[in-house]
Design a protein around this ligand. Structure first.
Ligand code: AMP
Length: 173
């Protein structure tokens, strides 16, 4: 499957979760048996041979894609979760939303000093969530080897906030 094939499996849902937002729904892609493996393979491709030790996936759709990308790269998987979900010692980062702030957390020992880390999520919009995940990785002593998304909403310029690192997206709107 090519990126164009995958694009046809993304469903647009207007005004979700609130008026004015065009939600890019990946569930039709998940229903297609070849969809998720192809997405993971294309997301991993630019980072093959880069010595990635850990894939960090962002809750919750990063938990669907991240482990498959980790398998493609023969790397371990580390979850970044919303506040209050992880049981062990953790690092936390807050980041700005359109209204208010949100918090993400990662186990302090999920990423070790010197690890090369690929950050994975389904979609980059403003880049705020991914930037918070990158800060967690660096505070744990890891190096961000890149960020890989299935979908990029280019109009929101999230990539500009991540300019320190290689950023890849399979499908761009
Ligand atoms: P941001 O921090 O602005 O880059 O937002 C990225 C996060 O919000 C990702 O975890 C996405 O899953 C979700 N998200 C933001 N905008 C959309 C959208 N239009 N459709 C689907 N998910 C979105």
């Amino acid at each position: 499957m090519t990126s164009d094939d995958l694009r046809k499996l993304i469903r647009d849902i207007p005004d979700f979760p609130k008026p004015g937002i065009l939600f890019r729904d990946i569930t039709p892609l998940l229903e297609e048996p070849d969809g998720l493996p192809a997405a993971a393979s294309l997301m991993a491709a630019p980072f093959r041979g880069h010595g990635i030790d850990r894939v960090v996936g962002i809750e919750s759709r990063g938990f669907i894609l991240g482990p498959l990308v980790a398998r493609e790269l023969r790397a371990g998987f580390v979850p970044v979760r919303k506040a209050g979900k992880l049981p062990g010692d953790k690092l936390r980062e807050s980041y700005e939303l359109e209204y208010g702030t949100d918090v993400v957390e990662m186990h302090s020992d999920g990423v070790r000093r010197g690890h090369a880390v690929l950050i994975v999520d389904d979609l980059i919009a403003t880049g705020g969530t991914a930037l918070a995940a990158a800060r967690l990785v660096e505070r744990a002593g890891g190096t961000v080897g890149g960020l890989s998304f299935l979908i990029e909403l280019a109009g929101l310029s999230g990539r500009a906030r991540l300019e320190r690192w290689p950023v890849s997206a399979v499908i761009t709107y």
